[in-house]
Design a binder for this molecule. Structure first.
Ligand SMILES: C[S@@+](CC[C@H](N)C(=O)[O-])C[C@H]1O[C@@H](n2cnc3c(N)ncnc32)[C@H](O)[C@@H]1O
Length: 259
């Protein structure tokens, strides 16, 4: 393969062969996200869990992004990529779903490097120490081997670069899925209702210690850990779920810095 170095710190393939990530048994929920891409594009801006619970927390952890090179790891329909561009960052957006990649392109056009890749694999198209910030919202619980992913995040981040991510809260999954052994990392099936019918979404539940250790073992220092409350707007829209979220954590948020 021949790569061309771009100003974004991304190597773009120059030959005619399309870069195709190897979708295999590690690429869980691939078909589910392929199916949901259009639905995601149409609904993600205002879905209460995203707009009034996840995003305020993630945005509160972001440092100044103006002039920074940011990787949006698991960009889905491009909400964060769009926000980052509007706030002056240059963006590399990555997702393994071709349909999601199309949705990101539909949202932000050619204003970012939008690349189809599987986070289970090395991100060899991104140069060492070329990225200031990695933002990964609600994606890493689909990734099996965090050693590879965190290692790659450490490789591409500049020294003192930030990693900000949100994942399912380990206690939420342990309780909601009525698991027996908290200390296991296990693959679970969830059912999501969409206008196209129910979609099965698989993800990995990991104990808190595994989440934290994977980050630290990859050479990061954890600066912040959030278990946020939903916002007032969430309460207006979904008062019952709001009450639930003020009693039980749903997502976990971490900001780490490369050591
Ligand atoms: C819940 S969505 C992310 C939401 C998005 N960050 C946002 O806030 O709008 C999860 C995304 O991760 C992508 N994804 C899941 N596993 C992946 C993997 N192994 N490699 C790359 N992308 C993955 C899915 O295709 C989907 O677009």
């Amino acid at each position: 393969m021949v790569y061309l170095n771009t100003t974004m710190g991304v190597y773009i393939l120059t030959n005619t062969a399309k870069y195709e990530p190897a979708i295999n048994e590690n690429s869980i929920s691939f078909d589910s996200y392929e199916k949901m891409a259009e639905y995601y594009f149409r609904n993600i801006d205002t879905k209460p869990f995203n707009a009034y619970y996840e995003r305020p927390a993630t945005l509160s952890l972001l440092p100044e992004v103006k002039g920074k090179r940011v990787l949006d790891a698991g960009c889905a329909a491009g909400w964060y990529s769009d926000w980052l561009l509007k706030h002056g960052a240059s963006v590399i957006a990555v997702d393994f779903s071709p349909n999601m990649i199309e949705m990101t392109k539909r949202r932000i056009g050619n204003n970012a490097a939008i690349i189809r890749a599987d986070l289970n694999d090395p991100l060899s198209f991104i140069e060492d120490q070329s990225v200031d910030i990695i933002l990964s919202s609600l994606t890493l619980h689909y990734v099996k081997n965090w050693e590879i992913t965190m290692g790659e995040f450490g490789r591409i981040l500049k020294p003192l670069g930030n990693l900000i991510f949100s994942v399912h809260h380990p206690f939420m999954d342990f309780i909601s899925f009525k698991r027996e052994n908290y200390f296991l990392t296990e693959l679970l099936n969830d059912e999501w209702e969409t206008p196209k019918g129910n979609v099965t979404v698989q993800f990995y539940r990991r104990p808190l210690n595994t989440i934290i250790s994977s980050v630290i073992d990859a050479g990061f220092i954890i600066e912040r850990l959030l278990e946020p409350m939903p916002t007032k707007k969430f309460k207006e829209l979904e008062p019952q779920v709001y009450e639930k979220l003020t009693n039980k954590p749903h997502f976990l948020f971490i900001r780490a810095v490369k050591n």
